[in-house]
Design a protein around this ligand. Structure first.
Ligand code: ATP
Length: 265
């Protein structure tokens, strides 16, 4: 399969140790974990429950600090992102990223830009309206409250909020979790289109094989506290490891890897 990324690293994780607890209770979630993500990739991170996929996203975003090793995001130590306001450089769609329930859709989308305080409210609203339409919502949705949105619409608003500052890098934690199959397919199509249109680099955590195959140019498998293997979905699926066999070679994995019937994409 042709590689869709170039060779400019956007994220470089070098011999990372992620450590929680102190003294006798300290434990490492990652040990000497290496991962490089290149500009324009859509990289999926997969691994068993508790292998540290979300922790790795948080390290890349600079919300956690390496016990040992380094995380370089967009050419700088990841920790510096947070100090200067990460939203401008990295968009993050959290797994349980609920919207602010007291704010309407437009206020949610424009939140980071308004907080920055550099633009008048009318311009923030205008920018938020552009993002609202970019994620496939209509202007009449702008004044709705989060409680009045479907699950698919909540994800779209959260995505628009993550993109408000035009970040070059987007992190997604389980982007299709909780969506029905149709909404999930629609959200994948949206992500694929935005990735291409905006020239984004995307790193996502997913358990969902359909999402993985629909979107990933490359997959990184987390196991044994490190990145065990990277490659295209089909390359990784051939790797001999108990997690990979269970994950890719079950019924759902075989279905996801089956060639699409003629006429389907
Ligand atoms: N702030 C924290 N303090 C202590 N332990 C933590 C903290 N954050 C994560 N951990 C631990 O790190 C490990 C990895 O957590 P993480 O949420 O990254 O797993 P995951 O691979 O995303 O799992 P899942 O697929 O179940 O969401 C878990 O054992 C978790 O308890």
């Amino acid at each position: 399969m042709e590689r869709t990324h170039n060779t400019e690293p956007v994220v470089v994780v070098d011999k990372l140790w992620s450590i929680f607890g102190e003294g006798d209770k300290a434990f490492a979630v990652h040990q000497d974990l290496d991962l490089t993500v290149y500009r324009g990739e859509m990289l999926s991170i997969v691994g068993g429950s508790g292998t540290g996929k979300t922790v790795l996203l948080r390290q890349i975003l600079g919300l956690l600090h390496p016990g040992k090793g380094t995380v370089t995001t967009l050419g700088r130590p990841a920790a510096e992102l947070c100090q200067e306001g990460a939203a401008a450089r990295v968009g993050m769609l959290f797994q349980h990223g609920a919207l602010y329930s007291a704010f309407n859709v437009l206020e949610n989308i424009g939140f980071a830009l308004r907080e920055q305080g550099t633009l008048p409210d009318a311009m923030v609203d205008e920018a938020a309206m552009i993002k609202l339409q970019m994620v496939g919502l209509k202007p009449e949705h702008a004044m709705r409250m989060p409680a009045d949105l479907s699950g698919g619409m909540v994800k779209r608003v959260a995505l628009a909020r993550a993109l408000i500052m035009d970040p070059p890098l987007l992190l997604l934690d389980e982007p299709t979790a909780g969506l029905d199959p149709t909404s999930s397919d629609e959200f994948c199509a949206l992500l694929r289109d935005l990735h291409a249109e905006l020239g984004l680099t995307v790193i996502m955590v997913t358990h969902d094989l359909d999402t993985l195959f629909a979107l990933s140019s490359r997959v990184a498998v987390l196991a044994e506290k490190r990145v065990l293997v990277t490659g295209t979905p089909r390359e990784v699926a051939q790797f001999q490891h108990p997690f990979i066999e269970t994950f890719f070679q079950g019924e759902r994995g075989r279905r996801a890897m089956a060639p699409a019937p003629v006429g389907e994409h």
